[in-house]
Design a binder for this molecule. Structure first.
Ligand code: GN1
Ligand code: MG
Length: 354
């Protein structure tokens, strides 16, 4: 993450409609794209200050407009509201003082997030809040939302980027990544044949990994989803698959010991039970294809991580040189496991949602 001094960050906060004082500020380092800070008033965390990475999200205005639109609907029973703090200068919901774009949001005190879980109650709650989020957004008008990253989950685009990277990558990297490259080509054949064209287009979250869900520290009840930068048009199977890859799999995204990467049926079923509580907006065709979302999403993340490894880590933040390769191998291991469970997932979904 870029480093900012407390003075610089406090100066930025001075542009927003907040009580003027010296805030204590701590970086949150889990995200791979934006720079995020937690703002404390005395000992109480009250706000999130975030720099939006405009190299990844080139239409910051459109992105902030998407979030603002969606926040109108993301509230109500069983869904905790987050709001944007306005800058002092009216107009938009972010400021761009030196070419970087900054926003402030309310922070839900007493909330927490999990990178992984073994707890079926957490899996249930994750399913419940994801279907609540999506059902609240059924009120949204698709026309109001821009694509913040065009073709974000489009397999043809990811295939193209991968193929062109293969042509320019360093030979030693191609050799180290050989196993992952072979797997990529095998799965691409299967997944590029998937026909999604007839599915309903919805306003989706598009990054529903478990750690984008806030839970109450006290009760472990899911409160809401965070990180709405990729909120845009999509298919529900994207939100489904991203959740399954981080819930039915108890290992972290870059796990190197693949014996720890499993498809956990107990967690999957708890997740589906949660999903079913608000799942009435889903159509029959959508439900039938959902299992493929659980294969597609880990694969898409895997091919993107592998491509970035071969491109010398220009997209994702990495803690060590080969982390993107480890991510892709781990994500591919889960892709294979999800593939082995297609029939099983179909059965569970039919029973609980069909
Ligand atoms: C990126 O920065 P973060 O963690 O919110 C990525 C997601 C991936 C995630 C982890 C815009 O999100 O698609 O799920 O890393 N976001 C973007 O793999 O590329
Ligand atoms: Mg994200």
């Amino acid at each position: 993450m870029s480093t900012y001094s407390s003075e610089e960050l406090n100066e930025l906060l001075g542009h927003f409609s907040l009580p003027q004082k010296e805030y204590l500020i701590k970086p949150l380092t889990d995200g791979l794209i934006n720079d995020t800070f937690l703002i404390f008033d005395a000992a109480t965390p009250l706000y999130i200050l975030q720099r939006v990475n405009h190299l990844v999200f080139t239409d910051v205005k459109g992105l902030m407009n998407n979030i603002q639109q969606a926040f109108k609907y993301l509230k109500g029973d069983d869904y905790t509201r987050i709001t944007l703090v306005s800058p002092k200068t009216a107009g938009s919901h972010y400021i761009s003082p030196t070419g970087n774009h900054w926003r402030v949001m309310t922070y839900i005190n007493g909330s927490t997030a999990y990178n992984t879980t073994e707890d079926a109650n957490i899996a249930f709650e994750a399913g419940r809040i994801i279907s609540r989020f999506n059902s609240l957004l059924q009120q949204a008008d698709l026309e109001d939302y821009v694509d913040t990253i065009p073709c974000f989950h489009d397999i043809s685009l990811r295939q193209e980027q991968f193929k062109s990277t293969i042509k320019t990558a360093a030979p030693e990297k191609l050799e180290i990544a050989e196993k992952a490259i072979v797997f990529t080509n095998t799965i691409l054949e299967k997944l590029t044949a998937l026909d999604l064209a007839g599915l309903p287009v919805r306003v989706c979250h598009n990054d529903t990994k478990l750690n984008n869900i806030l839970f109450s520290k006290e009760t472990n009840k899911a409160l809401c989803l965070i990180d709405l930068d990729t909120l845009m048009k999509g298919y529900f199977l994207y939100d489904f698959g991203d959740a399954v890859r981080t819930i039915a799999n108890t290992a972290p995204e870059d796990e190197q010991d693949h014996s720890k990467i499993i498809f956990d049926k107990k967690l999957f079923e708890a997740f589906i039970n949660g999903l079913a509580t608000n799942g009435s907006f889903l159509t029959k065709t959508e439900i039938e294809i959902l299992p493929w979302g659980a294969v597609l999403m880990p694969f898409l993340h895997g091919i993107r991580a592998l491509t970035d490894y071969l491109n010398n880590n220009i997209y994702y933040k990495v803690a060590y040189e080969n982390q993107n390769l480890d991510r892709s191998l781990s994500l591919y291991s889960f892709t294979q496991k999800a593939l082995n469970h297609i029939d099983y997932m179909e059965g569970v979904l039919k029973e609980k949602l069909g």
